[in-house]
Write a protein that binds this ligand. Structure first.
Ligand code: D41
Length: 671
């Protein structure tokens, strides 16, 4: 097909725009336009390429979805070997490294560039005339595997470098990793699908890159930071490691923003401590920092020993994995009755903290690891997250291990345990009859973001429930100073303080109160949305599922939870008592909405929208004053029918309700 010039220009312009926004988003971490605008450009390019398949270029930003599965990975010979890094485990090791460097360079204050050490996989990217032509794993440093198809799915890796001053041939090296959030999300997905969860982000990144089917890799939110160059032909690089990194960044490659150039080894150690403090807040896992002599002439003088440069060293954090013995598996009952197996461990130090418990998630997870009580296990702990059992050391399994089954009865109250459809979660059916759920409900009620009852910590709640003094949140407000003071480790003064705090907590907001009730899936945001929408507790207690779904953030599942909660007599009773005790909040004024174009109109969204997401559309309609409902009825004023709209559209036609297509919606939102 002959493609008109203006179409070619249009596609090229779109690609440039998309690449530019990718760069702003991934490399500079400073997006210029909202996601919706990016999505719009992307879809426009996709549509063009669909219409004119000959337009599709190998480096088009649309070509990241994965390709046909491979039978095996090809081998790649690294022209410039990928060196390894020497390790330092303490300040002394680092100082010894600095002495060697300074001696050989005959300098006192060498300039170093210090980088966080990503815990991922070392990867080489080869750019030929700016186009990504090959990506390979490090392998043994000499020979790696060709993972080009997989690497192409990583959005933060440019398929085409930016600018025009890049070398004719350039090999960029760096670390591919899975951000912490991506790791958690991936494991959640894996578990929901009955698949094995990954022990840590590094394994997850490795597993994702080792996929022969790149369409699977495309679903894994991998990312990359670049930290050096290998092969280069037909070009020059600036003098100095930090300057090279800056140049890579200009060419569209992602570089770790924490990287710093410092003078002298003490400044390196300072960097280490600074990063150690930041570690938990970083969006990616690191296992230490790397110091590199910045000046390439000095690097040359230092050279390397047995495949590791003498001009660089990794200063590692204490290990995050350790081996210990699984002593027992206990079952914990959470606020919503969910049963979680918890590993009791022989105390072991992991990353500088003594660990005695670790989470096991569910029975499936235990079965998949073939975990038995008495086993030797690997414990993994990253930053401040809950430690977990990563794997079993089968070769160290003793003779008399015992397998484990989740109980049929709640270990706290003896009620039957129920299994929710399609979920691996077991739940105690005892509700607030179950002391464990009662305790958790009261802890949640008292917590800082709920009623914020100062001095009412977890331990005290447990004491109060165990002593039979408190059954429900409302009972808290009936406590007498003498009873509280009579509890173990409770002095008169702290008892008086608690009562003052309880009194103070009575003055609250409707949103906090709703959140404090602990309705399933009603977090702070949903509670706030419910409060804004209904303005009174009565209105919320009387509403139905259909109406609830007109609230921003509330879907059919949450709507059921809310209605079910308020239907239950014991919940209504507790609420009643709390109000009698004097719990109160300011009246929420109605917002002036009369001037909005869709005020009072009930709108239903159906079918697929191309230019914006459904929740986005819902929010925008609500901003215009509309109530967005889930199903079509006589009360409906308007139906927005996207692509492939089905029965809802038909019903609207039968009822004679106004119908708008996507273009009509966009026009409406423009107003
Ligand atoms: O972040 C890392 N994991 C990292 C790894 C880094 N920031 N810098 C590195 N620099 C090198 C040299 C100095 C040899 C170019 C490295 C690695 N190597 C490396 N990664 C895996 C093996 C070696």
């Amino acid at each position: 097909m002959n493609i008109p010039t203006e179409i070619r220009v249009q596609a090229e312009t779109l690609r440039e725009q998309i690449n530019h926004h990718n760069y702003r988003y991934y490399v500079l971490d400073d997006p210029e336009v909202p996601d919706a605008e990016y999505d719009r450009l992307f879809r426009e390019l996709q549509n063009l390429e669909e219409k004119y398949p000959a337009l599709v270029s190998h480096d088009s930003p649309t070509q990241r979805v994965g390709a046909q599965p491979l039978a095996a990975f090809d081998e790649v010979q690294h022209v410039v070997p990928m060196l390894s890094l020497g390790n330092a485990f303490n300040d002394e090791d680092v100082l010894a490294f600095a002495r060697r460097v300074n001696e050989k360079l005959d300098s006192e204050d060498t300039v170093f560039t210090a980088e966080p050490k990503l815990d991922g996989l070392a990867i080489s990217l080869l750019y030929d005339n700016g186009v990504l032509v090959r990506a390979a794993t490090r392998g043994d440093g000499m020979t790696g595997e060709n993972v080009t198809q997989n690497i192409r799915t990583i959005k933060s890796i440019p398929l085409h470098m930016l600018g025009n001053d890049y070398p004719r041939l350039l090999e960029v090296r760096g670390e591919v990793y899975l951000p912490k959030a991506g790791f958690e999300a991936l494991n959640k997905r894996q578990r929901a699908a009955g698949e094995k969860a990954f022990a840590n982000p590094r394994n997850a990144a490795a597993g994702s890159l080792r996929q022969l089917d790149s369409r699977i890799t495309a679903t894994r939110p991998l990312a990359m930071f670049c930290y050096g160059v290998g092969q280069m032909e037909g070009g020059t690089l600036p003098k100095g490691h930090a300057a090279i990194l800056q140049r890579l960044k200009d060419w569209g490659l992602r570089v770790c923003p924490e990287t710093q150039t410092v003078q002298g080894i003490n400044a390196c150690l300072e960097f280490y401590r600074h990063i150690a403090v930041q570690r938990d807040q970083l969006s990616y896992d690191i296992d230490g920092v790397v110091y590199k002599v910045d000046d390439p002439a000095q690097q040359q003088i230092l050279g390397f020993v047995s495949r590791a440069p003498r001009w660089a060293i990794a200063h590692k954090f204490p290990a995050e994995e350790a081996i210990t013995r699984l002593l027992a598996i206990d079952v914990q009952v959470g606020r919503t009755g969910a049963l979680t197996p918890v590993a009791r461990l022989k105390p072991v130090e992991v990353g500088g903290v003594t660990v005695t418990n670790a989470t096991l998630h569910n029975q499936d997870e235990i079965d998949r690891m073939d975990l038995r009580i008495g086993d030797t296990v690997v414990i993994y702990r990253a930053g401040d997250v809950i430690p977990k059992v990563a794997s079993v050391v089968l070769s160290r399994r003793p003779q008399n291990t015992q397998s484990f089954r989740m109980p049929d009865q709640c270990p706290e109250c003896g009620s039957d345990v129920e299994c929710e459809d399609g979920e691996a979660i077991l739940r105690c059916s005892g509700g607030l009859f179950c002391p464990a759920q009662r305790k958790e409900a009261i802890k949640h009620f008292a917590s800082r973001r709920a009623m914020d009852i100062e001095g009412l910590g977890d331990k005290l709640v447990e004491q109060l429930v165990d002593a039979g003094l408190v059954q429900t949140p409302a009972d808290l407000f009936q406590l007498k100073p003498e009873t509280v003071a009579g509890l173990e480790r409770m002095a008169e003064k702290s008892a008086a303080n608690l009562l003052t705090a309880l009194e103070k907590s009575k003055s609250t907001t409707l949103a906090r109160f709703l959140f404090a009730l602990g309705i399933r899936e009603v977090g702070e945001t949903t509670a706030q949305n419910l409060a804004n929408h209904y303005r009174t507790l009565d209105a919320i207690m009387q509403t139905d599922e259909e109406d609830l779904q007109t609230v921003s953030d509330v879907g059919p599942i949450v709507a059921v939870y809310v209605v079910t909660f308020f239907k239950q007599a014991h919940n209504r009773e507790v609420i009643e008592q709390l109000l009698v005790q004097g719990m109160h909040w300011p009246i929420i004024e109605a917002v002036e909405t009369e001037s909005l174009p869709l005020t009072g109109k009930i709108v239903v969204l159906t079918g697929t929208l191309n230019s914006l997401g459904r929740s986005e559309a819902k929010e925008k309609l609500q901003a215009l004053g509309a109530k967005v409902a889930g199903s079509v009825s006589k009360k409906t004023d308007l139906v927005i029918a996207g692509e492939a709209a089905g029965s809802k559209r038909e019903k609207a036609e039968i009822l004679g309700i106004d119908i708008l297509d996507e273009a009509g919606l966009l026009e409406l939102l423009e107003k």
